[in-house]
Design a protein around this ligand. Structure first.
Ligand code: 8GT
Length: 169
C-alpha cells in the first residue's frame, strides 16, 4: 500500500506513512466501559469536520507527554479525570488541514460525570456504531475493536459493504 492510496471513505483524508509536512501529535482517549461500550463525541462547531464523530482528545502541547495531554484534554473537553491511559495504536492521517499522528490510548478508569464542555454530543457505542458520520481518522479504531471482539460485518450500522471495503482498505 502506498502513501497515496486512500484507505478511508473520505477521499480528502488519507492514512499515510510519510508526508513532507511535520506531523501534529494528537492524544486520543478511547474510554471503554466494563460492558465494552466505548465513548464517541461529536466535533464541535468551529473545528474542521464539525459534527463528525470521534474519540475525545486533542493536540499535544510543547513539553507534554501523550498521557499528560490526554489527561488535560479530557478534563477540558468532557470534564473527567482519567486513571492510567494504556497506549494502544498510533495512526498517521494526512488531512488537507493537517498531517496528524494519532496516539490512541485505552482508558478503563476515570472519575467524574461526563460534561460536554464544548457543546458536543456524546454516545456510548457498541459495534456496529449507530452514529454517523465518523471522522476518517477514527474509522480504523472501529476495525481494531472488530478484530479484538471477533466482530464480523460492518463496523458502522449504516455503512454499505462498499463503504466498509473503503474503510478497511
Ligand atoms: N480527538 C480526536 N482527533 C482525531 C481523531 N481522529 C482524527 O483524525 N483526529 C484528528 O486529530 C486532530 C485533533 O485536533 P483537534 O482540533 O480536535 O485538537 P484540539 O482539541 O487540541 O483543538 P484546538 O487546537 O482547536 O483547541 C484533528 O485534525 C482531527 O481531525 C479522533 O478520534 N479523536
Amino acid at each position: 500500500m502506498t502513501a497515496s492510496t486512500p484507505l478511508v471513505a473520505d477521499p480528502q483524508a488519507q492514512r499515510t506513512g510519510s508526508s513532507d509536512r511535520p506531523a501534529v501529535d494528537v492524544a486520543v482517549g478511547v474510554l471503554v466501559r466494563p460492558d465494552g461500550a466505548f465513548l464517541l463525541t461529536s466535533r464541535p462547531q468551529g473545528k474542521p469536520y464539525t459534527g463528525y464523530w470521534e474519540f475525545p482528545g486533542g493536540k499535544v502541547e510543547a513539553g507534554e507527554t501523550i498521557e499528560q495531554a490526554l489527561r488535560r484534554e479530557l478534563i477540558e473537553e468532557i470534564g473527567i479525570h482519567i486513571g492510567h491511559a494504556l497506549a494502544w495504536r498510533v495512526e498517521m492521517v494526512d488531512y488537507p488541514h493537517a498531517l496528524v499522528r494519532l496516539h490512541f490510548c485505552k482508558v478503563l478508569e476515570w472519575s467524574g460525570e461526563l460534561e460536554m464542555r464544548e457543546s458536543q454530543s456524546f454516545a456510548w457505542q457498541q459495534l456496529p456504531v449507530a452514529v454517523e458520520p465518523v471522522l476518517p481518522g477514527t474509522i480504523p479504531v472501529l476495525d481494531w475493536f472488530a478484530a479484538e471482539r471477533n466482530h464480523s460485518g460492518a463496523t458502522i450500522s449504516g455503512a454499505t459493504s462498499a463503504d466498509s471495503a473503503a474503510v478497511i482498505g
